[in-house]
Design a protein around this ligand. Structure first.
Ligand SMILES: C[S@@+](CC[C@H](N)C(=O)[O-])C[C@H]1O[C@@H](n2cnc3c(N)ncnc32)[C@H](O)[C@@H]1O
Length: 348
C-alpha cells in the first residue's frame, strides 16, 4: 500500500483529486478529500511519486509520499512519536518542512510548528536521519495539535517552498497586489536559468488587461519595454519610468505592429476565449512567451482547464508549432490558474 499527500488551495480539493486520479490512472488510485489536502491511495507498493512529474500537476502546490499518519499524539511530547514513526524511513533527509494545510487551522498551528522545529531537528540528527545534500526531504504536516501526516519528497520533484508557497514581499511602489501573482508565476513556472535567458533588459512585452499595472511593473523591473493595453488608468509612477506605452484598446482585437518577446494577459474573461486569444498570438508569431490567467467557472473547473489546453494543443499541432506549457494554481491565484506558454523552436 502506498499513499501520497497533496496540498492545494482550500475549495479546490476535488480538482486536485480529479487531476491526480487522471495522471495516475494506470495505478487505479483512490482519493480521499481533506481540508486543503488530498490523500491518494494505491493498493500496490508502486512508487507513486516516481510515476509523475510534479511540474505537470496544476492543482497540487506540494506533495509527499506518506510514511505515517499519527492521530492522538501525546501533546506533551510529540517529538518522540514522530521520530519513532520515521524509523522505517530508508533514506536520510537534507531538510525538514514543518507544515499545515493552507486553511484556518494554519493560524492555530503556527506556534506549534515554530516551536517543534529545533527539538525535532535535534532528535532526528541523533537518530541519524539527517544528511546534508541528500535528495530527500522530510515533511511533517500537522492537521491538528494531536494529528500529523509524515512523509518524504524528492527535492527535485516537489516544490522547494514550505506548503508550496513562496513567501513574497509586496513591493511598496507596485500599483496593485496582483503584481505578486506574476512574480510567483515567474518563480514557479520558469526555472531559474531560463528566467535569466527570457527576461533580458531591452526586450519587448505587451500586457493585455494591464491596468493599473501590477504585471507591467514586474516586466519593467526586469528592464523590459512594455505596451500596456487597457481602457483603464495606468499607475502614474509606473508611467514615469518611460518604459511603458499605454494604449486604450480592446485586448481581444489588438494587433501588435511587430512581434514581441512576451505577451501577458490578465483579462477577466471566459477561459476558452482567453485560450483562443493566446493561441492566435502564437499562430501569428506575435510572441514567443506568454503568461496568462484562466479565471475558472464555479463548476467543472478541471474540465474547463482541459478544454482550454486541448484547444491550444489542437491548433498548435495543426500549425506544427512546438511548445512548452506549464500551469499552476498559485498561492496568489483565487478562482483561477496561471499558465506559462513558450514556443519551442526545435532547430535552435
Ligand atoms: C484583473 S485586472 C488586471 C490587473 C493587472 N494585471 C495588474 O496587475 O494591475 C483586469 C483588467 O483587464 C481590463 N480588461 C477587461 N477587458 C478587457 C479587454 N477586452 N481588453 C483590454 N483590457 C480589458 C480591465 O479594464 C482591468 O483593468
Amino acid at each position: 500500500m502506498s499513499s501520497l499527500l497533496l496540498y492545494c488551495r482550500p475549495g479546490f480539493e476535488s480538482e486536485c483529486a480529479q487531476e491526480i486520479q487522471q495522471v495516475l490512472a494506470a495505478e487505479n488510485v483512490q482519493t480521499q478529500i481533506l481540508s486543503g489536502l488530498v490523500v491518494c491511495h494505491s493498493d500496490t507498493d508502486v512508487d507513486l511519486m516516481a510515476q509523475t512529474d510534479f511540474q505537470h500537476l496544476i492543482f497540487a502546490r506540494q506533495w509527499f509520499d506518506v510514511i505515517a499518519h499519527l492521530t492522538e499524539l501525546n501533546t506533551n511530547d510529540r517529538v518522540t512519536a514522530i521520530v519513532q514513526a520515521c524509523q522505517p524511513m530508508r533514506n536520510r533527509v537534507h531538510e525538514v518542512f514543518i507544515e499545515t494545510p493552507d486553511t484556518d487551522i494554519a493560524k492555530v498551528l503556527t506556534p506549534l510548528c515554530r516551536g517543534i522545529g529545533r527539538p525535532l531537528d535535534m532528535a532526528l540528527q541523533k537518530a541519524g536521519k539527517l544528511q546534508k545534500n541528500s535528495p530527500w526531504r522530510l515533511h511533517i504536516c500537522f492537521t491538528a495539535t494531536n494529528e500529523v501526516w509524515i512523509g518524504i519528497s524528492d527535492r527535485h520533484n516537489s516544490s522547494p517552498w514550505q506548503m508550496g508557497i513562496p513567501r513574497l514581499k509586496f513591493p511598496q511602489d507596485a500599483p496593485s497586489r496582483s503584481t505578486l501573482k506574476l512574480e510567483e508565476a515567474i518563480l514557479v513556472l520558469i526555472d531559474r536559468k531560463q528566467q535569466e535567458h527570457v527576461f533580458k533588459p531591452g526586450r519587448r512585452a505587451i500586457d493585455l488587461g494591464a491596468a493599473p499595472g501590477g504585471w507591467t511593473y514586474q516586466l519593467v523591473k526586469r528592464g523590459m519595454l512594455v505596451i500596456a493595453i487597457d481602457n483603464g488608468k495606468m499607475d502614474p509612477v509606473l508611467m514615469a519610468t518611460e518604459m511603458v506605452e499605454h494604449q486604450r484598446a480592446d485586448g481581444f482585437n489588438y494587433k501588435p505592429q511587430r512581434p514581441v518577446d512576451w505577451m501577458v494577459c490578465d483579462i477577466v474573461e471566459k477561459p476558452i476565449r482567453v485560450a483562443e486569444l493566446v493561441a492566435k498570438w502564437f499562430i501569428n508569431g506575435w510572441c514567443q512567451h506568454c503568461i496568462f490567467n484562466l479565471k475558472l467557472p464555479m463548476k467543472q473547473r478541471y474540465a474547463e482547464v482541459q478544454k482550454c489546453f486541448t484547444l491550444i494543443d489542437k491548433q498548435f499541432k495543426q500549425k506544427k508549432i512546438d511548445y512548452h506549457l506549464a500551469a499552476k494554481q498559485l498561492y496568489h491565484d483565487r478562482d483561477e490558474i496561471t499558465v506559462y506558454l513558450r514556443r519551442d523552436n526545435k532547430k535552435q
